[in-house]
Write a protein that binds this ligand. Structure first.
Ligand SMILES: NC(=O)c1ccc[n+]([C@@H]2O[C@H](COP(=O)([O-])OP(=O)(O)OC[C@H]3O[C@@H](n4cnc5c(N)ncnc54)[C@H](O)[C@@H]3O)[C@@H](O)[C@H]2O)c1
Length: 259
């Protein structure tokens, strides 16, 4: 019997590939046999991120700003030119934005978060879906967050943007009706990362140890998550183990939202 979790020869495009979750996921997809197109803002960061990929990944680094439609069209073109298709799309680039209450949040900062986290995800869907629909096959995984499921103080723009990602995911899944193109999203909780540290530090400058008792007591698993634990679920959704899964939001949060 073939191993349906394997991704041998599949072409996977990963945005935010130089970041904590994107790079962990890219490495796991590559370890399962995928060929990799790594997308992030700066060429030098992506070049470093793809350094330890296995030769079978044939890693291609493409610098792009996900808020620019020209850049998004260009990374999709680069993937198709090099590998002929896209089988897996991890639509993951995101920013946390400013950490402050709504009353003190600048309009410019609010728009910036929506631009990267919502417009960036929308543009990725807009340009990757035609490639997948043409071949009637593919799996897209967007990165939302548990901030897409519940409210959080001082990150209203981020929270709004991640609620929007879940809505985009559901709409895209429905628009793919009758095809073998699936669209899902993951909702990571508190993952040990630069972004989590930035949010906690922004809320409590100089005061909040990242894994403080107060934070951990609200998580049934009593620990922070690891980027590799997000990667596992993305790789599952990318694979043929998940052929009947579409329009779903997977929480990876140690039970935080359930508690
Ligand atoms: N870290 C967490 O605890 C956590 C929890 C839930 C959801 N998430 C989400 O997971 C995703 C990855 O987060 P992370 O923790 O790896 O953060 P990160 O900051 O390490 O990685 C994000 C990456 O996105 C890239 N990026 C940002 N703006 C971009 C743009 N305009 N164009 C291209 N690339 C851009 C950054 O350069 C960076 O490499 C994000 O969507 C984030 O919102 C993170």
């Amino acid at each position: 019997m073939s191993d349906r979790i394997r991704l041998d020869g599949r072409v996977a495009v990963v945005t935010g590939a130089a970041g904590v979750i994107g790079s962990a996921t890219m490495r796991l997809l590559a370890a399962r046999g995928a060929r990799i197109v790594a997308v992030d803002r700066l060429q030098r960061d992506i070049e470093v991120a793809i350094l330890d990929l296995p030769p079978s990944a044939q890693g291609l680094a493409v610098a792009a700003d996900v808020t620019s439609e020209d850049d998004v069209a260009a990374y999709v073109r680069a993937a198709v030119d090099k590998f002929g298709t896209i089988d897996v799309f991890y639509n993951n680039a995101g920013v946390e934005g400013e950490i402050r209450p709504i009353t003190k949040y600048s309009l410019q900062a609010f728009r910036k978060v929506i631009d990267v986290n919502v417009v960036g995800v929308f543009l990725g869907l807009k340009h990757v879906l035609p490639v997948m629909l043409k071949q009637n096959r593919g799996s897209i995984i967007n990165t939302a967050s548990i901030a897409g499921l519940i409210g959080s103080p001082e990150i209203a723009a981020y929270t709004a943007s991640k609620h929007a990602v879940i809505g985009l995911t559901k709409s895209a899944a429905v628009e793919c009706s009758g095809t073998a193109v699936r669209v899902n999203c993951v909702c990571p909780g508190l993952i040990e990362s630069r972004m989590l540290s930035a949010i906690l530090e922004g809320r409590n400058p100089g005061k909040a140890p990242v894994a403080s008792e107060k934070i951990l007591e609200r998580i049934p698993a009593r620990r922070l998550g690891q980027a590799s634990e997000v990667a596992s679920i993305v790789a599952f959704l990318a694979s043929d183990e998940a052929t009947y899964v579409s329009g779903s939001s997977y929480t990876i949060d140690g039970g935080r939202v359930a508690s």
